[in-house]
Design a protein around this ligand. Structure first.
Ligand SMILES: *[C@@H]1O[C@H](CO)[C@@H](O)[C@H](O)[C@H]1NC(C)=O
Ligand SMILES: *[C@@H]1O[C@H](CO)[C@@H](O)[C@H](O)[C@H]1NC(C)=O
Ligand SMILES: *[C@@H]1O[C@H](CO)[C@@H](O)[C@H](O)[C@H]1NC(C)=O
Ligand SMILES: *[C@@H]1O[C@H](CO)[C@@H](O)[C@H](O)[C@H]1NC(C)=O
Length: 453
């Protein structure tokens, strides 16, 4: 592992004693061998019939106590994608989905809090079908209940810098959650050292993504003039629906725009344009769905987070290890409902929330993979240009700086621009899932964002 580069003797016995003596008012504590670190997990009932699952890993760094390292919460997209499953085992956690150590785990530089949100995602569940969240406000207020419980019960984290990192729809949730958290801290209802949000390939302004798909694909030899015209036509329809505030219709047209792209590109992968879509077989349960456009959207945007191998891992050995998952709920089983219930929210932009965060002085990082189509980088640049933040013109005038994940190599890994509390990272060679595609650069970026480099 990378952390082995740093050598300082740590008294093994001392650490062991300390970790055993730690007391918690909630949670299931497991003391794994010291080099693997400590983990805690539990449910919080965030509303009537709504139960949210979280899983915390204490940082494992041979030179630093966890209390000297930040706490990072990771939010997956979808909505309906599981942080404790996909983010943990496929992206940044200590083990990969074969339960082998991950060299580029973020755990060497931060404690990691994975939360399955909105309720119904991953191991989170609802008891009643009307308990799913319908919009971003509900998603964020549920998370406030979880975070209040978490920080009240784990006081050792109240002073540690707390960052929210996210991917895709998780970025939209991170913005909404970040703003409510900032307010809760001001009001004194949550005690936490909130240090910033990082929005990865995030669904902040869906229309800016849709409008840039054509030009992006055209410039990459993935559309001809005919295809470009077809994509432009359907993108215009999405724009009209969004402008009129017809968000459900916009969601349907978004699905149509993707179908037009699929036909014209011979099935490009929306998550990495250098690869092809591998069609996922329809789940049997999809027969129940009457709204077929939502089914197609779900399969494209949430099914990839629920590959069979991951599902077997989570519903097999992981569930067995966690012990507290109710017998009648399985990992991922409610994801379709989570997704469908947010239908009216998908296409709503949250640029104004990012503005409020910037205005409030919260650090905001935007990072994006070069090869992502669904949330392409030019779409991100487009909404950033729409910010009302007074410092935007100063930000825009700056030149970017190259970054190298391997200091001994001349291979450019990323570019970055940052001014006051806004930073933008262009991650080269990565698609939608930045830490999966460029693990070393993603780790370096997290360290830069959390002021460790
Ligand atoms: C690590 O930090 C915790 C919380 O601040 C503290 O109780 C503990 O003594 C520290 N351990 C070491 C080895 O410094
Ligand atoms: C992880 O690091 C070890 C030691 O540097 C190396 O041998 C191994 O190939 C790496 N694994 C991956 C998947 O890169
Ligand atoms: C909700 O689910 C939990 C876990 O299965 C169960 O213990 C509880 O009784 C359920 N509550 C209702 C109202 O069904
Ligand atoms: C916020 O960003 C500024 C500018 O990059 C930096 O100086 C500051 O340390 C950051 N604060 C935190 C808590 O990360």
């Amino acid at each position: 592992m990378e952390l082995a580069l740093c050598s300082c003797p740590v008294p093994r016995l001392l650490l062991l004693l300390l970790s055993i003596s730690a007391a918690f008012c909630l949670g299931n504590v497991v003391n794994r061998p010291v080099e693997e670190g400590k983990e805690v997990w539990d449910y919080v009932t965030v509303r009537k019939d709504a139960h949210m699952f979280w899983w915390l890993y204490y940082a494992t760094n041979p030179c630093k106590n966890f209390s000297e390292l930040p706490l990072v919460m990771w939010l997956q997209g979808g909505p309906g994608g599981s942080s404790t499953g996909f983010g943990n085992f496929e992206e940044i956690g200590p083990l990969d989905s074969n339960l082998q150590p991950r060299n580029t785990t973020w755990l060497q530089s931060a404690s990691l809090l994975f939360v399955d949100n909105p309720v119904g995602t991953g191991f989170s569940y609802v008891n009643a079908s009307d308990a799913y969240t319908k919009n971003l406000d509900m998603v964020a207020s549920d998370m406030m209940v979880l975070l209040k419980t978490f920080f009240d019960c784990h006081r050792e984290f109240q002073t540690i810098p707390f960052y929210i990192f996210s991917e895709s729809y998780g970025g939209k949730m991170a913005a909404g959650i970040g703003l409510q958290l900032h307010k809760a801290i001001q009001e004194g209802s949550i005690k936490c050292n909130f240090a910033g949000v990082a929005l990865g390939d995030s669904w902040i302004s869906p229309i800016d993504s849709v409008l840039s798909w054509g030009p992006y694909l055209y410039s990459m030899s993935l559309l001809d003039d005919q295809g470009l015209a077809e994509v432009a036509k359907v993108a215009e329809q999405v724009l009209n629906a969004v402008n009129k505030g017809y968000y459900k219709e916009a969601t349907q047209l978004w699905g149509e725009a993707e179908a037009v792209i699929e036909q014209n590109t011979d099935g490009v992968n929306f998550y990495n344009i250098l690869t092809k879509n591998t069609p996922v077989p329809a789940k049997e349960s999809s027969l129940e769905f009457t709204q077929s456009h939502l089914v197609r959207l779900f399969q494209r945007h949430v099914r990839y987070l629920h590959q069979d191998s991951l599902s077997q891992l989570m519903n097999g050995p992981i569930r067995k290890k966690l012990k507290i998952i109710p017998a009648d709920y399985s990992w991922g089983a409610q994801a379709t409902n989570v997704f469908m219930n947010m239908e009216g929210d998908f296409m709503k932009p949250v640029i104004s929330i990012v503005d409020e965060l910037l205005e409030a002085g919260v650090n905001v990082t935007v990072y994006n993979g070069q090869l992502d189509l669904i949330v392409d980088t030019i779409g991100q640049e487009a909404w950033v240009r729409k910010l009302n933040w007074p410092e935007l013109s100063r930000f825009s005038q700056l030149k970017w700086k190259a970054l190298y994940s391997d200091p001994k190599s001349s291979q450019t890994s990323a570019f970055v621009k940052s001014y006051k509390n806004l930073a933008f990272y262009w991650i080269l060679g990565a698609g939608h899932m930045v830490p999966s595609d460029q693990g070393h650069m993603a780790l370096k970026m997290m360290r830069l964002v959390t002021q460790q480099e």
